[in-house]
Structures are given as C-alpha cells and as structure tokens.
Design a protein around this ligand. Structure first.
Ligand code: FES
Length: 157
C-alpha cells in the first residue's frame, strides 16, 4: 500500500460505487469533492483487479470524456503499464501516474497540463472509495496529489 505522507493524511475517502458495478477495462465517471468544488473523475477497474482514477477532463480536447477512453497497456522502460487512450484524439495516458505517454501530435488546450491528475483509490468491503481533499483544506493539498501519487488500487474484498 502507498505510504501516505503528511499532506495526504488529510484525505477524506468518498464512496463512489460498489466494485461490482465497474466492468473491467471500461471507465466510469464519478463526481467527487475537490476542496469546496466538485470534480469529475474517471474510474477504471483493470483485469488484474486494480482500480485507478484519473481526471475525467481530457486536456487535449477540453471535453470530459476520459471514462469513455480505450483501456490498454504500453511498455514503458520495460514495464507494462496500464493506459487509457482519449476517445477524442487518441492521446495515451499512464493510468497509474496520469503521465501523457503519447501526445498524438497535439498540444493540450491553453492552461492545461498534458498529464492527468490522479486520485488514490481503495476498495473497502466491496465499495470503491476515492481519496479527496476535504472542504476547507488549502488547494495546495490537491497539488500534492496532482504531483502524481497513483492510487495503489489495493482491493480488500
Ligand atoms: S461535462 Fe465537460 S465536456 Fe461534458
């Protein structure tokens, strides 16, 4: 399991759905708190049982569509990593870290990072939970997640 450093101890775990309703290798969109706002998250259950979450917003098309992306895998430095490809322009992202692995010849829209934000995910008693920054926490807390701490995808049946 990922070791949580100080900023992440302030995470609030939000239940989003039963694990059973997530079809493997198909994304689902969830709305979770992000400080005082709400943000759309794309949640993916992999064939190996991991559950990972990245932003729903596609930085290249500016549309909230990544849960409709195509799940796959790619060799990154000799490691097979799970990926999602945007359904819009086919950019490929590492689902663990959010890093854009293939910009497909395009630039992100102005102000957007090519890389995706990620959220920690855990499964407790068959329920998928996403680690969020609670209301009132300084937005810099969200920045620490933006740095790319992937969900460990640990499943506790
Ligand atoms: S909600 Fe943003 S593109 Fe539809």
């Amino acid at each position: 399991m990922t070791t949580l450093d100080a900023p992440q101890r302030t995470l609030t775990w939000v239940a989003v759905c039963p694990l059973d309703v997530l079809a493997t290798e198909r994304g689902a969109a969830a709305l979770v708190p992000d400080g005082p706002a709400l943000v759309q998250v794309a949640v993916f259950r992999l064939v190996d049982g991991r559950v990972l979450a990245v932003q729903q917003h596609d930085p290249f098309s500016d549309a909230h569509v990544l849960s409709r992306g195509i799940v796959g895998s790619r060799d990154v430095d000799g490691v097979e990593v799970p990926t999602v490809a945007s359904p819009m322009y086919k950019q490929v992202f590492d689902l663990r870290t959010g890093v854009c692995l293939d910009v497909a010849g395009k630039q992100p829209v102005p102000g957007a990072s090519a890389d995706l934000r990620t959220w920690p995910v855990r499964v407790v008693d068959g329920t998928v939970e996403i680690g969020t920054v609670p209301t009132g926490v300084d937005a810099h807390g969200a920045g620490s997640m933006r740095a790319g701490v992937p969900g460990d995808g640990e499943v506790r049946p």
